[in-house]
Ligand binder design. Sequence first.
Ligand code: IMP
Ligand code: MG
Length: 181
Amino acid sequence: MRNDIDTILYEAETIRERIKVMAKEIEKDYRGETVVMICILRGASVFFCDLVRELGDLDLDVRFEFMCVSSYGSGTTSSGEVRIVKDINTPLADRHVIVVEDIIDSGNTLSYLKRLLAQRNPKSLRICALLDKPSRRKVELEGDYIGFTVEDKFLVGYGLDYAEKYRNLKYIGVLKPEIYQ
Ligand code: IMP
Ligand code: MG
């Protein structure tokens, strides 16, 4: 699989260090509180597992939820149409909620999810994404906790896929364009 990767953007160690800092930021904002963290499957799975374990060393009561949404098909651009494949069945009313996503690209997925979850009357609702590609935004959306701001290149690894492949790479790399062109 390494042959399909152009350059490695973030090594495993760099990701780990950044997540430690993000966990401290989150803890500072929610210290002593209960926070429902919603992992957006499948891309955020690897990030979610590492982030919640960093939070495990801090003073925070973390609850796990999983949602599965699809907006991509198997290409490299969002269709704009978001489909909830699996919803959560825990009420969010009066809870602090953090949505954990792999990457904010067009913003379609998270702006849709934010609207949907806000209707469930959480006490607060924030977005945590490992990666942000602001240059690709089609709708106005800002993450509250962002790991790395990246350029407009198609990335894989550490949860991110191309046609369901490469999710289990330990690093985040730029996929060679010839793979998807
Ligand atoms: P958005 O709705 O356009 O913001 O897209 C969000 C989703 O697109 C993410 O959850 C990813 O699954 C996918 N995505 C966006 N950019 C990339 C990328 O560079 N590599 C892999 N998946 C991506
Ligand atoms: Mg995805």
